[in-house]
Design a binder for this molecule. Sequence first.
Ligand SMILES: [Fe+2]
Length: 469
Amino acid sequence: MTLRDSRGEPVSTSDPSLITALEAAHEELLHYRGDPVGMIETVLEDHPDFVMGHVFKAAVLTQAMETRIYDCMLDAVRSAEALWSAANERERGHIRAIRQWVDGDFYSAVEAWDAVLVEHPRDLLALQLAHLSDVLLGDTVNQRDRVARVLHAWDESVPGYNFVLGFHSFGLEECGDYGRAEEAGRRAVAMDPADSYSIHAVAHVLEMMGRQEGGIWWLTSRGEDWHHGNFANHLWWHLSLYHVDLCQYDRVFEIFDKHLQSDGLSHDKYEELDAAALLWRLKMLDIDVNGRWTRLADKWAPAAEDTLYAFNDVHAMMTFAADARGDLMAKVLDANERYVHSQGDSNVAMTREVGLPFCRAIAAFAKGDYDEAVDLLHPIRYRTAKLGGSHAQRDVIHLTLIEAALRCGRHKLARALISERTELKPTSPQNWLLAARAFAGCQDDHRAAAANAKAQSLLLSGRAAREVA
Ligand SMILES: [Fe+2]
């Protein structure tokens, strides 16, 4: 028997309470809070033939990108596949997508979810998974356009519309359409203040536009809406980026120590990823972080040979390099070299084209061979989207390239790359401080002084604005 969910999509069940329970778990997932997988597992204990229950569990687990949850994900997929004959076409589309994902063909998985969306544009689970997969795969155009293709079926009368606006906001931001991105994101948050993904999308806009004071205000003024959710680590990281740009390092360390180095492993790697990304930025600024790398390296150590997601591996590599863990660095490199020669899944291309060159560049940087780091990073400079994640996250690659160029005396290259940055984000004090170093390296003392003055002016105007506020 088929019933309809709150958005009118068909669900194979004769029990309306199962749809209610499924939607409750999905609400938690969309809000990045609670334990959506645990909630659906409780439902499945009493209703093992609930197709969408198994689909939901397996689909959520696909996004974890960690070997330690792989068996659990596989069990859920097999349970869903065993119910194939009882599933409707929409549910079969999900099962196809998840199977493709488990088999390592992420691109086909996304296409399978997209096929579901053509027939069922209000399938919010399919949209969410396809969108998050687009982020994971670095498909910036579809982060915007896959969402746009379903907008015809949505308006404020459809439950969950704010989440659709949030996905679209993020896609617009990644495509550089900051004005429309901000409008969509702010509208979503106005509809649902606890929509942390939409809060996050606006935070990205403010980061990319160099509106640091606005970003700090945006996140801190609505802290109660995201502090306790599963997305909090990442939003703390975003908050710390504004402070890094403003050279407010005491605040950065305060955020790191309170929110980015918990005792256990995070369930989704966000904390470890963001902690590594933040400390590496501080390393590029030559700021002493005391023993923080050591604790983080211990957390990354079990994942040294995962080779499941290149994005994770480069962050593991940063951590091992910064903490001088030569044995673990060798493990990451050996595992990735074996992996790209023996496997053919979607992550291989990400690893071969961006992940592995960046890992090698990190190793070169760590041993002081900055020339080699530049030679490894410069050719991949404009292909980094293939690593997945956001512009803000991948900026760590560009910062590493620039710092390596400055340290090995390739000042003209550094000057060119930094000129690009100051053009894209002229309100960033850190960009002008970098520019000052590059001009000084080029013996252009006049422009070096002007760039330094620009940085100081931006820092002082921000301080003045805070004092007025
Ligand atoms: Fe982000």
